[in-house]
Design a protein around this ligand. Structure first.
Ligand SMILES: Cc1cc2nc3c(=O)[nH]c(=O)nc-3n(C[C@H](O)[C@H](O)[C@H](O)COP(=O)(O)OP(=O)(O)OC[C@H]3O[C@@H](n4cnc5c(N)ncnc54)[C@H](O)[C@@H]3O)c2cc1C
Length: 417
């Protein structure tokens, strides 16, 4: 039986892919929308029987991330699996299906005064996509990353096997912390169908404080903010020119507590304040700190080259300066050592290779990495987007165990995994 008939025979919602289903410039053959973990399992068994390359999609905002996506037979769309399954306010945990929008989850949690403490940078983000791409926003400084907040997952392996972390032991995946493996796996290891998160109470007050300072003072200000007893929830920077940078600090908590802590931060920042720079603000689109801190400095979806630059906290200023010297616009969590950078839209693959050849040794020396996250497909085909990776043999062995037929987005992840 052909692939289409086999999928229909399993009562799956399947149709030919149309242009809106294009993944990274390539049209998959079929779009399949399962309604349950069992249907995902049936689908993956059929994909394995037919050797059908499959790409998983949440809301498709990041399918141009990583190495170029392969030609696919199946686009596995989780949009019909969008239920919030459980919320236990007393235990501060909630579970949802992978296709549920994070915004819907947050709205349900908020009605009980709780939240999943991640920042949603792009409207439409789903639970599966958030875990699959492991992007944690500014608040990671205080509450940790997606990986820290994820306490359980249900996944379907390429051959259709269903596995739960912390639950049923499955022979070929026994002993692994599945949630940690799935975080940032970019749809290459297994299909996430459900996730359970640890929650936090919603703060009653939040306040961003932001100031433009001289780059020469950045190290001092960041060190003071990181060491501060006011325990900021986020410490962000935006740097688009060699001489100055904007620092934004978030405090959260009770009304009175936030007022006092904001005042302490404000006094600290005032000593370095260069004053507003209307020209810079207009140029970089900086408005309210809350707006820019919740946006990447680059446009996504394969239109502009965007990088992720990491370093130990003490190396953030040096990495930022080096990137800005290459004409990149840098923004991100200085308090966590995770920065994002936008390349000029005119950058060529040869120029990007030169930038990477200088940033990679620097970030490595400072305890981090330089990765190309997003960009036009032709550029990502010509540069090494992931760069050198430690532990590649272990990752290859995992891929072999989870997806021996290399059906799930092959080639997209590090080392061609
Ligand atoms: C540029 C950019 C920056 C972002 N930064 C942040 C941030 O800092 N903080 C934050 O909270 N959010 C951030 N987001 C939002 C969020 O991380 C992404 O929008 C989200 O991960 C993409 O969700 P999606 O549902 O559109 O996933 P998709 O783009 O559809 O998928 C994302 C990746 O996960 C895989 N995937 C999707 N669903 C599954 C599944 N069920 N099982 C296995 N793999 C799966 C996909 O194959 C793909 O590799 C950012 C988004 C973008 C585009």
């Amino acid at each position: 039986m052909g692939l289409l008939n086999a999928l229909r025979g399993a009562d799956l919602d399947v149709r030919a892919a149309v242009s809106a289903d294009t993944v990274d410039g390539r049209l998959p053959r079929l779009l399949v929308r399962p309604r349950s973990t069992q249907q995902v399992s049936a689908l993956m068994s059929i994909a394995t029987e037919h050797d059908a390359v499959t790409i998983v999609r949440g809301h498709g905002t990041k399918l141009t991330w990583g190495a170029p996506a392969p030609e696919a037979s199946i686009l596995l769309d989780l949009s019909l699996m969008n239920r919030i399954l459980d919320h236990q306010p007393g235990d501060l945990i909630a579970s949802a299906e992978a296709g549920a929008a994070i915004a819907d989850l947050q709205a349900a949690l908020s009605s009980r005064g709780q939240r999943l403490a991640v920042d949603t940078m792009v409207p439409g983000t789903t639970v599966g996509g958030l875990v699959g791409s492991n992007v944690s926003g500014p608040r990671r400084v205080h509450t940790g990353t997606v990986r820290d907040l994820l306490i359980g997952v249900t996944i379907v392996l390429a051959d259709g096997t269903i596995a739960h972390s912390g639950g049923k032991v499955v022979k070929n995946v026994a002993g692994y912390d599945l949630g940690k493996l799935m975080t940032g796996s970019h749809g290459t290891l297994a299909v996430i169908t459900e996730a359970t998160f640890r929650l936090h109470p919603e703060p009653t007050a939040t306040r961003w404080l932001s100031t433009r300072i001289a780059t020469a003072d950045l190290e001092t200000v960041l060190a003071a903010a990181c060491a501060s007893v006011v325990a900021p929830s986020a410490i962000e920077i935006d740097c688009n020119a060699p001489d100055s940078a904007t620092v934004a600090i978030l405090v959260e908590g009770t009304g009175a507590g936030v007022a006092a802590r904001a005042s302490a931060i404000s006094t600290m920042l005032a000593a370095f304040d260069l004053g507003p720079d209307d020209h810079d603000q207009a140029k970089s689109g900086l408005g309210d700190a809350q707006d820019w801190t919740l946006r990447f400095p680059f446009t996504t979806g394969g239109t502009q080259v965007g990088l992720k630059l990491t370093a130990a906290l003490g190396g953030v200023v040096e990495v930022c300066a080096a990137a800005v010297a290459h004409g990149l616009h840098v923004r991100g969590s200085a308090g966590a050592g995770v920065l994002y950078a936008a390349a000029p839209t005119s950058i060529t693959s040869a120029e990007l290779t030169t930038v990477l050849s200088e940033l990679r040794p620097l970030t490595a020396r400072l305890g981090g990495t330089a990765v190309v996250l997003d960009g036009p497909r032709d550029i990502r085909s010509e540069v090494d987007v992931w760069g050198p990776v430690n532990g590649l043999p272990v990752m290859r062995r995992l891929k072999d165990q989870f997806d021996p037929g290399r059906l799930l987005a092959p080639g997209r992840f590090v080392g061609g995994i």
